[in-house]
Write a protein that binds this ligand. Structure first.
Ligand code: GAR
Length: 197
């Protein structure tokens, strides 16, 4: 049984999908032991508390003086303290490197709301990804669950799922469809894949 640590920044609907997947048995080789957010206002923290999962807030600017290495180190320390084996970036919108990446090489999974290698890389997160897909005029988008390495959105792809774009889509409508039809399905499966290895 692996200990899972989840990093979030916002609403935490992917965290909710993980909590539900653990309850329903889709995730059976791991359990969520903590949730860490880089924003104190993240609703995902409330979701974690409701599920009885310990939480912590670590902010890059307010807690680490804007130092990315210190930020990475503090998160790493918390993950170690909680005996975390596998880290999930579930809508974690901050970039980090350093210690955390080294200590957890091959053990960090991220969910990205497009079919990588389209609409990804630095600065491509959240609604911006869906705006870019609509601006480009692609007819199919989706989500990707992948391992995290030093290249932003560049690690090994674990799972992908395609989602059709429809006439009249706005970034918000598309974001919701991609979450419902792809992210909330493939992220728990990818986490189980990693935990059962
Ligand atoms: C999700 O759509 C996730 O794929 C995206 O942020 C959203 C967070 O929603 N992540 C990225 O764009 C990472 N590059 P949530 O907080 O409700 O899970």
């Amino acid at each position: 049984m692996k200990n899972i640590g989840v990093l979030i920044s916002g609403g935490g609907t992917n965290l909710q999908a993980l909590i539900d997947a653990e309850k329903s048995g889709i995730i059976k080789s791991g359990r969520i032991v903590c949730v860490c957010s880089n924003s104190s206002g993240a609703y995902g923290l409330t979701r974690a508390e409701k599920a009885g999962i310990p939480t912590k807030v670590i902010r890059k600017n307010a807690d680490c003086g804007g130092d990315i290495d210190e930020f990475s180190e503090k998160i790493c320390e918390y993950m170690k303290e909680m005996n975390v084996d596998i880290i999930v970036l579930a809508g974690f919108l901050a970039i980090f490197g350093g210690k955390l990446l080294k200590e957890y090489a091959g053990k960090i999974v991220n969910i990205h709301p497009s079919l990588i290698p389209s609409f990804c890389g630095e600065g491509m997160y959240g609604l911006k990804v869906h705006e870019a897909a609509l601006d480009y005029g692609v007819k199919v988008t989706g989500a990707t669950a992948h391992l995290v390495n030093e290249v932003v959105d560049g690690g090994k792809i674990l799972l992908q799922k395609a989602v059709e774009i429809q006439d009249g889509d706005t970034p918000e409508i598309l974001q919701k469809r991609v979450m419902e039809q792809a992210e909330w399905i493939i992220l728990p499966r990818a986490v189980e894949m990693l935990c059962s290895q």
